[in-house]
Design a protein around this ligand. Structure first.
Ligand code: DWN
Ligand code: ZN
Length: 405
């Protein structure tokens, strides 16, 4: 991989010579490599403490050194992937913070590749009561899969180079960006943030921005995968997902910035998410929460190995085993379980022709599925859509989280 970008460290940065890793100082959080193989470390005074409330955190899972999940190159940079828990906020979060520029400036993921996702966005938009003069903003708008369904003024905010069919401000959303949008375009009636607050290492600037940009009677709709499902979905742990937001944590972070969570609607997306509604005022929800952290740890100890055993049995029996869906989570699954696949099928033009991160496993068009006897469904969250789309194929599907030891 060619990394010309040094990027901005989250905090004051210091440079180190070759051979000095992220563990050179216990307070370091996040590191990345330049062309010159110089590690630049972000010094973070909150290391070992919750990014939301500052309480001490405890280590709950260690997935080893894992390549960046959306860097489809053999020498994709690897970073430690460890999850810590803040018991006060009920908030799992990563120990390391990888520079967001490194992960998102050049981003191959396209939301519109999944019909399920686009249809859910269309349905959500159809339920909002907007007038032609209203202004709607989406944080992490990707290719415009959601905002394109609105008949009013819209603005996407997204840091990546993905091509979008809606007006988009290329930026990481924060308090400054929100302020400048508010000054130039006025306040927003609705702010959407789907599958993006997990990716923002500084939630305070995001919530402050939402507070500032939201009209007095406006509301924000924030969707985020619910970590109660992490036990079955450990492959959704990767560097892009700094946080695994719970209701308690969202409510707490929002309250610090004068926002109230007035609803938390369970939705099926990504194996089970919550759609939070935030406003300037309202009656806060009161939800008790408990996360099965021990279950996650237990599952991590057995499932990757069981999957690797199953795949190698199939391969020894002469079966051609491929993967389906070059999803970020698929990359984690391959990396942690160590399984080798013949190829991975995917519909995304920006992924086909590349390799799964940190491997030589090629990504090929979905028409190549005919060459496989067995396909590991890496994009298990779109199971129904994919099985319907590929119903012509006579091979066997292997559901990675259903393999038992
Ligand atoms: O949070 C994130 C989620 C929302 O999206 C990001 N950090 C990155 C991304 O995660 P992912 O890559 O695991 O997302 P998906 O949407 O589960 O990826 C599905 C993959 O499967 C895509 O590469 C598209 C592909 N696909 C396909 O080849 N045929 C998808 C469908 C539905 C299909 O029919
Ligand atoms: Zn906390």
């Amino acid at each position: 991989m060619t990394l010309t970008l040094v990027g901005k460290a989250l905090h004051d940065s210091h440079e180190y010579g070759p051979g000095q890793g992220w563990d050179a100082d216990p307070r370091s959080r996040g590191a990345y490599l330049t062309d010159a193989r110089i590690a630049v470390m972000a010094w973070d005074p909150t290391f070992g403490a919750c990014r939301v409330c500052g309480s001490p955190t405890r280590l709950i899972a260690d997935l080893g050194e894992v390549p960046l999940a959306n860097c489809f190159e053999t020498d994709a940079p690897r970073f430690p992937l460890r999850v810590e828990m803040c018991d006060d906020c009920v908030l799992p979060q990563l120990e390391e913070t990888v520079d967001p520029h490194l992960m998102f400036d050049d981003y191959p993921y396209q939301s519109s590749q999944s019909r399920t996702f686009v249809e859910a966005a269309r349905e959500l938009v159809s339920r909002q009561d907007v007038q032609p003069d209203d202004f709607v903003v989406e944080i992490g708008s990707n290719d415009g899969y959601l905002l394109r369904h609105y008949d009013c003024h819209v603005l996407g905010v997204d840091p990546s180079n993905v091509t979008s069919d809606v007006p988009t401000l290329r930026a990481f959303f924060d308090a400054d960006v929100a302020h400048s949008i508010c000054v130039t375009r006025g306040p927003a009636k609705i702010i959407h943030a789907n599958n993006v607050i997990a990716h923002c290492p500084d939630p305070h600037t995001v919530f402050a921005g939402i507070k500032n940009l939201l009209d007095s009677d406006g509301y924000a709709l924030i969707e985020s995968p619910y970590p109660g499902h992490l036990v079955d979905q450990w492959d959704t742990i990767y560097h892009e997902h700094v946080f695994y937001w719970t209701y308690t944590a969202i409510a707490r972070a929002a309250a610090k910035h004068g926002l109230v969570v007035t609803d938390a609607e369970p939705i099926a997306m990504h194996g089970g998410s919550l759609r939070y509604r935030l406003a300037h005022q309202g009656v806060p929800l009161d939800l008790g929460e408990h996360l099965d952290i021990d279950g996650l740890t237990r599952r991590l100890m057995v499932e990757p190995e069981a999957l690797a055993k199953k795949v190698s049995e199939l391969q020894r029996a002469g079966k051609v085993v491929c993967g389906y869906g070059a999803a970020a989570k698929g990359s984690v699954l391959l990396s942690v379980s160590g399984i080798d696949l013949e190829f991975v099928c995917d519909t995304t033009p920006t992924k086909v022709g590349k390799v799964m991160p940190g491997t030589t496993i090629p990504i090929v068009p979905t028409s190549d599925l005919f060459r496989a006897d067995v396909a590991v469904l890496l994009a298990w969250n779109f199971r129904d859509e994919i099985l319907e789309r590929e119903s012509w194929w006579a091979g066997e599907w292997l559901m990675p989280h259903e393999v038992t030891g």
